[in-house]
Design a protein around this ligand. Sequence first.
Ligand code: 13P
Length: 255
Amino acid sequence: MRQKFVCGNWKMNGTIEETRKLLFQLNVEWSKTCENIEVAVCPPFTSLLIAKHELEFAKIKFGAQNCHWQDKGAFTGEISAVMLAELDCTYVIVGHSERRTLFGETNETVAKKAAAVIQAGMLPIICVGETEKEREANQTEAVLRAQIEGSLATITNENCSKMVIAYEPVWAIGTGKNATPAQAQEAHAFIRSELKMRYGNAADSIQILYGGSLKPENADAIFAQPDVDGGLIGGASLDAGSFVRIIESAAETRA
Ligand code: 13P
């Protein structure tokens, strides 16, 4: 049985002080035991150290939003997976659509980053998803297939259990227009079938998260889909109350 997983992607939000406050609120609001659900937050790099302190005794894990694939060297402005592992990050998001479209991330760099994250002992959350134009042109499956082939090129049978996939349709990110539960299920089932072709039955254990305008109001229906194993939440993860309601929704649908 795949465990449900709810992860907040804070993007470029949160000073150190704001991070401390939000994590404090999160700890207060969500004090229930969480045996059947995993929860994590991915704040900006500058807030990872305070996250480590604030979450020391919490059940909430934390991760980063990007990394470089080399361990060290002349790469001004970059942060390596090794450095993130030293901070006790559990996860690193790689290949988010904002990085692909705004910062020139390619399937090839995503694959290198994913390998570096695993090598450093963490789990990559590898993002895939089609644009609105691609969906309208009936290219969703072709786009997802190419992203999976390219971005997972470094993931072998041996380490395929050490990654998480996030399906984030670009048209749903930050737009308030989420995929319908049926659209999410269809895409997740397709992704799982592609994973099965690559990794066989091990694909049944790989968590596939949905991301894109997930909110407390639509979480129940999306999380109820059989191939949706949780969510990668942007805007709604910046409010402790909303994020906790989404976590509870995931915990209830899996129960
Ligand atoms: P929103 O939840 O704000 O649409 O963002 C989704 C996302 O990009 C998570 O990685």
